[in-house]
Design a protein around this ligand. Sequence first.
Ligand SMILES: *Cc1c(COP(=O)(O)O)cnc(C)c1O
Length: 389
Amino acid sequence: MAGASTPKPVAMLDLARQYESTGAAIQEAVADVCRGGRFILGREVADLEAAVQQRCAGASAIGCASGTDALWLALASLGIGKGDAVVTTPFSFFASVSSILRAGATPVLADIHPDSFNLNAEAVEDTIAKRHAAGKQDVRAVMPVHLYGQCADWDSFQRLAAKHDLLLVEDAAQAFGAAWNGVPAGALGDAAAFSFYPTKNLSAWGDAGLTTVRDAAAGERALALRAHGMRHRYHHDEVGWNSRLDTMQAAVLLVKLPFIDEWNRQRAALAARYTELFQQADLVGQVSDGGIVLPTADPRGTHVWHQYVIRTPKREALREHLQSRGIGSEIYYPVPLHLQKALTDLGYHEGDFPESERAAREVLALPIYPELRHDEQDRVVEAVAAFLR
Ligand SMILES: *Cc1c(COP(=O)(O)O)cnc(C)c1O
């Protein structure tokens, strides 16, 4: 490439491109909200909830202020709280654990499966057995996270839940539109949480979230809990929280919702193309012999590719190499939750969850979003190839 000019950068995510296709319609919808003068809850929130309810097999849908709050609402509406333990994964965003604490319950961790990066049902079962052996019968729920847009192995979790009489709560923050055996995320568990944070596959223009709850009575409870436990104005049945959804955010989401399945298909096509390009370039191998390991998709699931995440033992050096060429990448997540300072009280130590710790050292997310162009993707692959050769 003698005489080549500085290569053009490739952003990890460029939301301005989505603004190109949806911005005008959203501006109009937001103006409508302003003219109506109703800024909290209201018709748009109800319409969004109805649309998600329809997508999620009739589960009650409750809009709220964030994905973090949606997790708390999911747990609280199922009556999970003091004295209960909830098993989840250490390889996730902090909210997966902090929401359990916020509900007043005890987070218990179990390791992930190295191929999917998702909570391993066998590890959960071992953890429950160890707790029983220690005389603790407090595990009431399991909260798998559909990490990177791929549903956790729900066949295994359903078997486990039936065997031990457990509730299942989905952290579906990264998985709007994903499915398992054709059943959409949000309709798989007893309750689920979505995040509409601006970088998520379906995103608001600020913070927003939504809880789905299978049982109608628990859904009613979630509705009350997001508004200070009020069922009738200024009559508080229990202590909830203010986690109402802004009308404007619902208006934004209603404009985007009709596009989400197409956007997710575009992500899947880009993921398939990454995989093909890396294979053609002969870069795929074992981490142990210096190759990169590509992400896999379980054929039982519909993966929505929130992230395309490779593994490499030379992760830090590769990231610097990409950065020097203006190519974005991210690490989700560099520190597993059991090693977070804020969670030392949980009593875990380095070495407790080896697969999560290894993933935290090796993962690197590459740019993927519906509007990413093929020439940009080619530059990412060429840069990775130049590093590895
Ligand atoms: C984004 C995210 C959350 C939290 O959602 P917010 O809307 O940022 O509060 C929770 N869990 C996972 C796995 C996430 O990716």
